[in-house]
Design a protein around this ligand. Sequence first.
Ligand code: C2E
Ligand code: MG
Ligand code: MG
Ligand code: MG
Length: 276
Amino acid sequence: YRAKANPGTYRFFEHAMDRELKQTLRLQRDLHAAIASGAIVPFYQPLVRLSDGQVAGFEVLARWNHPIRGHIAPDAFIPVAEEAGLIGQLTTLILRQACLDASKWPQHLKLSVNLSPVQLKDTSLPDQIFRTLRSAGFPTQRLEVEITESGLVNDVNTAKTILSTFRTSGIDVALDDFGTGYSSLQNLRSFPVTKLKIDKSFVRAMKTDPQSKSLVVGILAMSRSLGILTTAEGIEEASEGVWLQSIGCDYGQGYCYAKPMRGDEVPAYLGGAKAA
Ligand code: C2E
Ligand code: MG
Ligand code: MG
Ligand code: MG
């Protein structure tokens, strides 16, 4: 009502909204073109087995290789892709490239691919994924999908069906960003989840916040008793990895091991990591 009371302010808001809308539309249009031209590329961050420090696989993280703005982080464009109905195409593009890259790496290394919550409403999702894997000659057993709990709350039965189809085909399912947002322990019981990824905010807070530390201890104990594997995200210091391993965490991911890298950097990284 304040905006209406002052015509100047009203015009200001009108212009601001207009600008924002135009920006969103421009971003959507650019993203369309970027997907069509293959300018969205996969980066890879290692998932390290904490017991022996060996690389077990890589998480696939999308980057927009923008001609002017450089590599744009996914938080800036994944939501746009979701809104514009482009997330399916984007996933296919990223997954296809990731399968081609990973085909050149040792066969025991897995790929973990992020799926958006909106994709878990679409029962054709497994077929889309299977088709992409088949055309790249990539075995389902080497794939893991990462989902967040917000994808499980809307259409529970559809999400359950999709995840069961993945599991039946040998695709692992990891629950990402565990401990944030919609977290519910019920999800661990009622969805066919193989792994749980503890959100990096807990891992980062562990050092200074005893409650975060207790929560991590509790999550690990609970996962173990449920037979669910665990990964801790956001490990930035070696000592954090050592401690997490000592309290039963299976895998670690974070800048302490490696930052996300281009596909052509992976072989050299693996060559160096093996010696470690
Ligand atoms: P995520 O799946 O939870 O991925 C982990 C994020 O943590 C990545 O950010 C990674 O670069 C960052 N990270 C890893 N280690 C550390 C660390 O030690 N410290 C800190 N501070 N951060 C660390 P990124 O690459 O910016 O991705 C952000 C999010 O975007 C991802 O979170 C995921 O939800 C989403 N995303 C990325 N690629 C895709 C994709 O292909 N499809 C979909 N649907 N979502 C994607
Ligand atoms: Mg993830
Ligand atoms: Mg995460
Ligand atoms: Mg995240």
